[in-house]
Design a protein around this ligand. Structure first.
Ligand SMILES: Nc1ncnc2c1ncn2[C@@H]1O[C@H](COP(=O)(O)OP(=O)(O)OP(=O)(O)O)[C@@H](O)[C@H]1O
Ligand SMILES: [Mg+2]
Length: 324
């Protein structure tokens, strides 16, 4: 029987700005099962990073959790105090490697100093124990132990990314969220980062991964399940194979078409095969948010927000064209 490591129920998180309310995550429900790698994809600005920060309860103004529940390994963190979440949840049950992780390390601290701070916050251990723990982990993951004594600027981009991932998982969190971990890297360095993530799972350091990217081609190499987001909402989810071989939502179909298209220029630019622009999330389109760009839009699509419905065995689609 599979258990759920993370459950998000009808989550809404909005940025309150002077220009208006940005509905960046709008009524999103999502489960992450124990043991899986879940890939989350969607165009730039669709709310992927906002959703990940929200799932972690890393919420600071102008972002607000407007509605919904978030449960991590049985604990309802959406109701917890920030202090408690910091101590009991972050790094211990769930870790996030944020999109800007390459700049996250303090330039004045060596990797080992950074590790010391992270570990000491959670567990009462000596400096010596921390060093041997870090060395053991770096060795296990095939990362050069010498890099522990270097400053961030002395590491290459790929090595820095791998070091950040290793640090984030030192305390064996059950779930690791990585937000665009490979986007700034060349293809061979990307492969090393993917291998590291797979090793973390293989060695049972972590149980599950949520991998966020705008690049479906990367998810093809690593994900078990896919979730597709558009304009603050999930439009489709299912096993990698089902979604890729038989996309049900016109947006997903466009997204996949862009990846498999033989023309390298189109492939590189990703989503250009879908005409039009993603909407402004301060004032998103009525009904289905994709309707202004959808080649199959019907009158109902303008009026009624489609629900994300289970069409078979955990395969979910939010589209008026699809009957449950
Ligand atoms: N601090 C902020 N204040 C106001 N609006 C914001 C803020 N951060 C993000 N947004 C808006 O929220 C929406 C979702 O942004 P988010 O960064 O979550 O998207 P994303 O899918 O991660 O994009 P990318 O692929 O470029 O990383 C966008 O419309 C963005 O402009
Ligand atoms: Mg992002």
């Amino acid at each position: 029987m599979s258990t759920l490591l993370l459950e998000a129920e009808r989550v809404k998180s909005y940025y309150h700005t002077r220009e208006g309310t940005v509905k960046a995550v709008d009524d999103v429900s999502l489960d992450v099962e124990n043991g899986i790698i879940l890939g989350l994809a969607g165009e730039s600005g669709c709310g992927k990073s906002t959703l990940m920060n929200t799932l972690m309860m890393k919420i600071r103004p102008p972002l607000y959790l407007v509605d919904g529940e978030i449960i991590v390994d049985g604990e309802r963190i959406s109701k917890m105090e920030r202090k408690e979440i910091k101590k009991k949840i972050w790094g211990v049950k769930i870790s996030l490697v944020p999109q800007s992780a390459l700049n996250a390390l303090m330039p004045t601290k060596r990797i080992i100093d950074f590790i010391r701070d992270v570990v000491k916050f959670h567990v009462d251990v000596s400096d010596g124990e921390i060093v041997s723990m870090a060395r053991k982990r770096f060795e296990e993951l095939n990362l050069p132990e010498d890099s522990l004594y270097l400053y961030p600027h002395e590491l290459s981009g790929g090595m820095k990314q791998r070091a950040v991932i290793a640090i984030s998982t030192l305390l064996n969190p059950k779930l690791l969220i990585v937000d665009e971990p490979t986007s700034a890297l060349d293809v061979s360095t990307q492969k090393r980062v993917l291998k590291l993530l797979l090793d973390l799972k293989k060695f049972k350091i972590i149980d599950s991964i949520v991998f966020v990217t705008h690049d479906i081609a990367v998810l093809r190499q690593i994900a078990d399940r896919l979730v597709i987001m558009y304009a603050g909402k999930i439009v489709e989810s299912g096993t990698l194979e089902d979604v890729l071989s038989n996309p049900k939502h016109p947006y997903t179909a466009g997204l996949i078409h862009a990846v498999i298209t033989p023309e390298p220029e189109i492939r590189k630019r990703g989503l250009v095969s879908i005409p039009g622009e993603p909407p402004n999330l301060i004032n998103p389109p009525s009904g289905c948010r994709f309707h202004p760009r959808c080649l199959h839009a019907m009158p109902i699509c303008k009026k009624v927000v489609p629900e994300l419905v289970d069409i078979s065995n955990g395969r979910k689609v939010s589209c008026h064209l699809v009957k449950a």
